[in-house]
Design a protein around this ligand. Structure first.
Ligand SMILES: Nc1ncnc2c1ncn2[C@@H]1O[C@H](COP(=O)(O)OP(=O)(O)OP(=O)(O)O)[C@@H](O)[C@H]1O
Ligand SMILES: [Mg+2]
Length: 325
């Protein structure tokens, strides 16, 4: 069963007279007990996509098309009252740079209890304490953290608190947006290991967003590759890492440390993201693509998709058609 089905989602930001084409017709799905990794370089639209699913887009954003079916409900048309009953309880998110969202003047215990009580006002003190203890254990934090203020915690501890906050209501779907990016490499590695066990033990379903294909491949079953607001490729993790099709995905894979350690050449992609305030004709990756030809500059490649394996590239789409035969 698919817990999340997003079809043709299009989100743009309005900036004065300009539009920023942040997410253009992106379709993905997430099956129960699976994690989807969304990967792509900075500015490719990953957070916008996640905020649209949470219905927490900034005021200047517009959802211009598409559907989001989450936990069996179509949520694009829901009003804020309906959504408030579901958000944080049924689906939740750890935001990119979320640590700054903790209140500096309240103890961690009060902040997590509040998040719990909003959705479970019937809980008594004993039940609250039990849930706090179990959620702290989940994220590998000692109980003394409950009595601390945010400034008394290390970056890794704060990030674990953010994960605890997202989990305290035992949601059925969770999004982690760059949940380990701001941390040092050792702490990042520890939290990834902890998340791995947590995902397995609690049979969680969700999405992990990162610009780092290494992080995403540690935690996810499937991977969706975004570039300049478009979906470039998707598939099972093994296929994306070992049999990438899109030239952009190939470049991401070639820059993984494992690949380099095995004697591969470290690949860097020349050029930068296109200007997202202008409509782009043809393929959005064309200006940086080693396979580019005239047709790529004229024709927008359709997303060719068979059984969860898909690619948007005129040069390699035949391989997907062959895969299905
Ligand atoms: N509130 C906003 N108003 C206008 N443009 C925005 C706004 N938020 C994001 N953008 C633009 O939308 C595009 C996608 O941004 P988004 O934050 O979704 O990318 P991202 O993939 O999450 O990047 P990162 O890896 O840096 O977090 C970028 O061009 C960004 O500058
Ligand atoms: Mg982001």
């Amino acid at each position: 069963m698919n817990v999340l089905n997003v079809r043709d989602l299009t989100v743009r930001y309005l900036l004065g007279k300009k539009q920023i084409y942040a997410v253009e017709k992106v379709s993905i799905f997430v099956k129960e007990n699976e994690f989807l990794g969304v990967v792509g370089e900075s500015g490719s639209g990953k957070s916008t996509f996640a905020h649209a699913i949470m219905h927490l887009l900034p005021k200047n954003a517009r959802v211009l098309g598409g559907t989001i079916e989450l936990l069996g409900r179509e949520i694009t048309q829901m009003n804020e009252d309906e959504l408030r009953k579901l958000r944080w309880k049924e689906f939740s998110m750890v935001f990119q740079r979320s640590m700054s969202a903790l209140s500096p003047v309240h103890k961690i215990e009060d902040q997590i209890s509040e998040a719990l009580l909003i959705h479970n006002p019937q809980m008594n003190l004993n039940q609250i304490r039990q849930r706090l203890e179990s959620v702290l254990k989940m994220v590998n934090l000692p109980l003394r953290v409950l009595g601390c203020y945010p400034h008394q915690l290390s970056g890794g501890m704060m990030q674990r608190v953010m994960i605890a906050l997202a989990l305290v209501n035992l949601p059925k779907f969770i999004i982690l947006d760059e949940a380990t990016t701001a941390l040092d490499v050792v702490t990042q590695g520890q939290i990834i290991e902890e998340l791995k066990s947590l995902i397995k033990e609690l049979s969680l379903t969700g999405m992990v967003i990162s610009h780092d294909l290494g992080v995403v491949s540690e935690l996810c079953d499937n991977i969706a590759v975004m570039y300049a607001g478009r979906l470039m490729e998707c598939g099972r993790k093994e296929d994306i890492i070992h049999r990438p099709l899109h030239p952009y995905t190939k470049a991401l894979v070639a820059s993984l440390p494992d690949h380099v350690e095995k004697g591969g050449k470290l690949y860097s992609i020349p050029g930068t993201l296109p200007d997202l305030s202008k409509p782009i004709e043809g393929c959005v990756f064309a200006s940086r693509c080693p396979l580019v030809s005239d047709e790529c500059l004229e024709t927008t490649p359709p997303f060719c998709d068979e059984n969860g394996r898909g690619v948007a590239c005129l040069k390699v789409r035949n391989e997907i058609c062959n895969l299905s035969k």
